[in-house]
Design a binder for this molecule. Structure first.
Ligand code: TTP
Ligand code: MG
Length: 397
């Protein structure tokens, strides 16, 4: 029997939360990300703002040029986290097979659930409940596998439902541009273009060995996706296998103090998340994307697991120095990931200063929980005071 998977994604999430609290913002071009005279990027844009070409990830200054009458808002991350929790609680009422992805999207496996009528009727019911309780609109894609459900929800946006019948996956995907597929960024798109491929249908027809030769193992995944094949299951949230944060720079840079300060900030966010899960990590990975969009990762693994900001940062900093000394190119994005995670309190042989550092970090976490992330700044992140004036700095996918 074909599976029935829902992909549910809230429309213009951060903006919509603001609009639900301030109805005068409804129907207007609204941007969440901060003041346009500050450095920083667009986190979320209302569909009215998108008509002017404003997109997530774009510098705020550029967004202002495109639409000076848009309303720019700093945003409030705790508010979005709160809305996200309520959204996931609504979904959990419909199926135990729920996989949250980030704050505003989730997969649900509803195979065999027919007590609410057809899948479309169920989707409409869920959307109604979200609209009534949260004053937010959601779009839902329905298909036999995750990748098709995800693309269907993109097409359904805003405020819609698209269902792809089992067996119709290839036909549905064929006319769409290749970059609609998750995993096809600018670089892969360019490789595919050099092979004369611009649509998913053309990609599906390309012999697998050709794709594999050009893109390696990700070529195999893309080949399957393009043919509507995706066997990934809807996975219940368990303990994270890794925790990461990254940020795109408003302007490509080689400014080392700035990169170091951003890295410290990201390590503190990763560390806080790790401690909130009672986790510890042995591996730290640095990610850099250069101005030419080439992306490199550098990892270091230690026998000693940690959740201390200082330790995570010192390992990441070594990787940063190494990467910058090997390649002097402007940096477009910087990120950090911790993995090789262990959970729960650990008995340590060497209970010494790292442990005390973790207590200090936990005290900082408590203060930040109460007063916001920017309420305490370490010497290094002080450099970012202007950039991170508010607590709005979510992870970018
Ligand atoms: P998305 O679901 O990608 O975007 P969205 O909800 O604003 O718009 P859409 O209708 O297309 O779904 O991301 C969810 C939230 O995550 C978004 O509201 C803000 C945050 N985010 C960022 O902070 N930076 C980014 O680059 C992106 C893409 C999202
Ligand atoms: Mg969304």
């Amino acid at each position: 029997m074909a599976r029935c998977i829902f992909h549910i994604d809230l429309d213009a999430f951060f903006v919509s939360v603001e609009q639900s609290l301030r109805p005068e913002l409804q129907g207007r071009p609204v941007v969440v990300g901060g003041r346009p005279d500050r450095r920083g990027v667009v986190a979320s844009a209302s569909y009215e703002a998108r008509k002017f070409g404003i997109k997530a990830g774009m510098p705020l200054s550029r967004a202002y040029q495109l639409c000076p009458k848009a309303i720019f808002i700093e945003g409030n991350f705790p508010r979005y986290r709160d809305a996200s929790e309520k959204f996931m609680t609504i979904l959990a009422g419909y199926s135990p097979s729920l996989e949250p992805v980030g704050l505003d999207e989730a997969y649900m496996d509803i195979t065999g659930c027919d007590s609410h009528g057809t899948p479309c009727q169920l989707a409409e019911r869920i959307r109604r409940e979200i609209k009534t309780k949260l004053k937010l609109t959601a779009s839902i894609g329905i298909a036999s596998c995750k990748v098709v459900a995800k693309i269907a929800s993109d097409i359904a946006k805003p405020d819609g439902v698209v269902e792809v019948a089992p067996g119709a996956e290839k036909e549905f995907l064929a006319p769409l541009p290749v970059n609609s597929l998750p995993g096809v960024g600018r670089k892969t798109e360019a490789v595919l273009k050099s092979l004369g491929i611009t649509t998913i249908g053309q990609l599906a027809a390309l012999p697998l060995p050709v794709l594999k030769a050009r893109l390696g193992s990700s070529g195999v995944v893309l080949h399957n996706y393009a043919n509507g094949i995706d066997t990934r299951r809807v996975e219940l949230p368990g303990e994270a296998k890794s925790i990461s944060r990254e940020t795109t720079l408003a302007r490509d840079t080689l400014d080392q103090p700035l990169l170091k300060a951003l890295l410290r900030y990201l390590c503190e966010q990763v560390g806080a998340e790790l401690r909130s899960q009672d986790g510890q990590a042995r591996r730290v990975t640095l990610k850099l994307r250069y101005a030419d969009f080439d992306t490199v990762t550098r990892s270091s693994t230690s026998p000693e697991a940690t959740s201390s900001d200082d330790v995570i940062f010192s390992r990441a900093e070594v990787l940063l120095h190494k990467a910058l000394s090997q390649r002097r190119e402007l940096v477009h994005l910087i990120g950090v990931e911790v993995s090789a995670l262990t959970y729960g309190k650990q008995l340590r042989l060497f209970e010494s200063s790292p442990r005390r550092l973790e207590y200090l970090d936990r005290a900082v976490d408590r203060i930040r929980k109460k007063y916001g992330f920017a309420s305490i700044q370490t010497g290094c992140t002080l450099h970012l005071k202007d950039l991170f004036a508010s607590d709005l700095k979510p992870a970018m996918p």
